[in-house]
Write a protein that binds this ligand. Sequence first.
Ligand code: 4AZ
Length: 850
Amino acid sequence: MSLHLLLPLAILAFQPRPGAFEDSTLSPTQEEPEDLDCGRPAPSARIVGGSDAQPLSWPWQVSLHHGGGHICGGSLIAPSWILSAAHCFVTNGSLEPAAEWTAVLGVHSQDGPLEGAHVRAVAAILVPPNYSRVELGDDLALLRLASPARLSPAVRPVCLPRASHRFVHGTACWATGWGDVQEADPLPLPWVLQEVELRLLGEAACQCLYSRRGPFNLTLQLLPGMLCAGYPEGRRDTCQGDSGGPLVCEEGGRWFQAGITSFGFGCGRRNRPGVFTAVARYEAWIREHVSGSQPGPAFPKQPQEPQPGPREPQEENCTIALPTCGKAPQPGAWPWEAQVMVPGSRPCHGALVSESWVLAPASCFPDPSRELDAWRVRLPARARAERVARLVRHENASWDAAADLALLQLRAPVNLSAGPRAVCLPHPDHYFLPGSRCRLARWGRGGPAQGPGTQLEAQLLSGWWCHCLYGHQGASVPLPGDPPHMLCPAYQEEEEAGRCWNDSSWSLVCREEGTWFLAAITDSFNGCLRPRAFSPLQTQGPWISHVTRGAYLEDQLAWDWGPEGEETKTQTCPPRTLHGACGLRPEAAPTGVLWPWLAEVHVAGDQVCTGILVAPGWVLAATHCVLRLGSTTVPYIEVYLGRAGASPLPHSHQVSRSVISIRLPRHLGLRPPLALLELSSPVEPSPSALPICLHPRGVPPGSSCWVLGWKDSQNRVPVAATVSILTPQLCHCLNQDILPPGTLCVLYAQEQEDRCEVASAPPLLCQTERGSWVLMGMAVQGSRELFAALGPEEAWISQTVGNVHFLPHTGAPYWSQGSGNLCPPDMAGASGSAPAAALFLLLLPPLIQG
Ligand code: 4AZ
């Protein structure tokens, strides 16, 4: 176990060839020599970012098997003893039985012929008593073999350093193992032992790297008994499956084991070198067990160690590596932009992801059998186009839009410090913060042919919006940090163009701390719905790094999750209607406009009325507010959406439309209270402009209701006042004779009734039990308590608008109080329910004044 817990344990299925791995015991002639030599590979011979080792180069390397496959590495330190890591054998605080483990010695490729290799049963596993977790140190184990190893050129022990020995910082040492070649990317067949050269890092230098927040926003306190090896820039490292294996350094012609592979934060990540158990520190513990256990010289005679090198300077400087990908030298420059030219078709836009690889949509290359010889890739600041050596399509490219990806390998790598650069790719656990600054850049064959509009500024919406606008009812919204199903940027459609680019596809590139990540891609166009949903690329990171073995997967650089990050409660999406999502309003720390259906209706440039978006092209308002009594001309009306409240969205996300017609229902004699305003063109659904839901037949059961308005008509910051809706009977009793049919009465919660001004005719809204917001009515002229209900106008609204969002009908309507058929008692008090009487009393004063 390590901190690299997110990854599944890689197990190499291992099938010993019959006869090759039999346990053998030492014959008298094979008995251990008195001065058993160590640390010398046979004279005839000689991970992440590593390469195949030569057979016989690391004869102390052991593969430790459990359940039929390789789990950890180890090193032979004496004929009957293997040194490994404690975490390989301790699960949930208890030591696994030795009998379940076997040691495979002298093996090179775990797939091919196993000459010289043999298996030993493990008789005992010893772990320091204080070991608990890798981060707390003491991560070492001794395995006693049931019978001594048969020494040969392929099986020899390594030398161990004395406790006093100091390895010089900066020394190039070697780590070996059959572990993953990258995070979540197991060593491919034929499972040849890998070696990688790692530099020893001084304690101060390593602590300095690990003190900075890195992957998973974590830091690490190094402890005595730990040592680091690797590079600040990462890319070469040990990984899962290498644990327990040796880190060896050559001194005076012999190899000494300086470390045991223990853990790290991920593999090969920037500023996160591998952490090893410092073997020298445990000399006494190792000697005590190895020498004490057997009569005779079980422990190799340690050679005279060379003089220790110069001491590490006290003031070791702290060299932090900065990201090498995703750096645009000037604003607007896009140095990873690649254009793939295939004879006979339009150029296809992709992105340079490493020295040798370009990522582009697979749909650009429907016929991969075409001659690659004629293909060319144009990169920024390169005089000549690059030639293409290979095309690797994603295996799901043809049926999964999110996997519409292909990688093109260039014939010759390009120099990334001179002109073209690689864009960063996110790790699977990357969480792009809502509000991140992004750009939409050309991707595939999409986008306009030329002109400035090849990139659009965009801002990432919260996962809630994105998920619920597209997700199905009741879908649970991924928590921040869980892999998102989609990413949605808010951006301004090119209004001037008066159209959405139907044939365009885009990549979404997001910036963190000045570094650009290729965050997501769109498939070709799926309608004009905004926000457009993008497929996150982070799920494809492992495939990209598997193919390229060098793409720049960069750690998350911005960690300020804000209140949304603290939200750990799973949220679900409210219902959708036949026409899509409506009445969405995130509960938790929303990013964006708080009331996306709330419109400012500016009438003839002075009066501002409240309007509610009921469909993309329609706003509902109170007739009395938008049409002056007695006026015969239809005023000029402008509607603004996305303006309400303290919106963090830029002004560019406001939407405005003029009103081209005002529709009133037919009413015998009376002036109808509700008016539908037809907009000059529909608005795109977005957090700035999303229709509210309607509910057939009155107030949805179990809902909570509010009057939504403005405190004052000048600054128009929305305020909501909590109300209860009274039963029709009670409402009728309170207002006998003066109420048109279908009027709703409300009762304000204490001290809430002065919250909204009434001149703008505020709406009455309810939120259903399942979370959707529903419009109930609009204020009657001059009244705080009376609302013209939508219910009686349902048929007219659906006929006029067409695509209104009616929620499914759900049971009997909600009323705040009992629903007796009789009027409550009069002031003299006769009979009836106490609560109803109380309401009656409460409601009287405003009515009398009104
Ligand atoms: C592991 O999981 C592991 N990059 C070993 C080493 C490292 C990370 C993980 C160091 O066994």
